[in-house]
Write a protein that binds this ligand. Structure first.
Ligand code: DX5
Ligand code: ZN
Length: 214
């Protein structure tokens, strides 16, 4: 699969509706919403009411990336706000299996996120329960950071794990994705690429989305 999820973290918050319409018109597949609490990551972004507003205008699935402590507490609220896919951090949850079952019961796609330092091997006994795994290719907290090259090895190791177990779990990659590395990331096994700055800071975001996917 070759899906693209523009991250609204880099959108123009004064004209969010305009940027949502652009994504609706474009070849992009999902809306990526970055939720930061100032505790799990050293930054605060936006929360439930904003996701709810986005969902009213978005015509594509909302991919909600929770960079928050105690993510389980907020699953239901984000689902009610319109989330279709929810990912939460391995490093923020003690009972991943239970949390994944909670998401499934709420009727959304469930994914676990790994920080750059967390090896993919920790997912061996849970990957079969996941719809997707999100690999961070920057340290979470900010848009516009530099891609960590070591992510390529992680994608390949995760892909091998998924194939060994005969699964169809999707691999999402988030952080520093641009027109220079997108093709190689899909090639390495990524199914979904997140792109914030590369899309919204470009001169022609719709065209950039097309290039990122091609
Ligand atoms: C980082 C976020 C990313 C971020 C990506 O904490 O999870 O989704 O918005 O932004 P770029 O593509 O600019 O690195
Ligand atoms: Zn993200």
């Amino acid at each position: 699969m070759k899906l693209l999820a523009p991250s609204l973290l880099s959108a123009d918050f004064l004209n969010l509706g305009k940027d949502i319409d652009m994504v609706n018109r474009s070849e992009a597949d999902w809306f990526h919403c970055d939720i930061m609490d100032g505790r799990f990551v050293p930054n605060i972004s936006f929360g439930i009411p904003v996701v709810q507003a986005i969902s009213q205008q978005a015509e594509k699935p909302l991919d909600v990336h929770l960079m928050i402590v105690e993510p389980e507490k907020y699953f239901e609220a984000f689902v009610k706000a319109g989330a279709d896919i929810i990912t939460f951090h391995y490093e923020a949850s003690t009972h991943i299996h239970r949390a994944v079952q909670q998401l499934k019961a709420l009727g959304v796609k469930a994914g676990v996120v790994l920080n750059p330092h967390t090896p993919v091997a920790v997912l061996e006994d849970i990957v079969g329960d996941l719809d997707l795994v999100l690999l961070m290719s920057v340290n979470p907290g900010f848009g516009g950071q530099q891609f960590i090259e070591r992510t390529f090895g992680k994608i390949r190791r995760l892909k091998a794990m998924i194939e060994d177990q005969g699964l169809d779990t999707m691999i999402e990659v988030d952080g520093g994705v641009n027109t220079q590395n997108a093709a190689a990331l899909y090639e390495a096994g990524a199914d979904i690429l997140v792109a914030g700055n590369a899309v919204f800071k470009s001169e022609d975001p719709e065209e950039t989305i097309r290039i990122l996917k091609s």
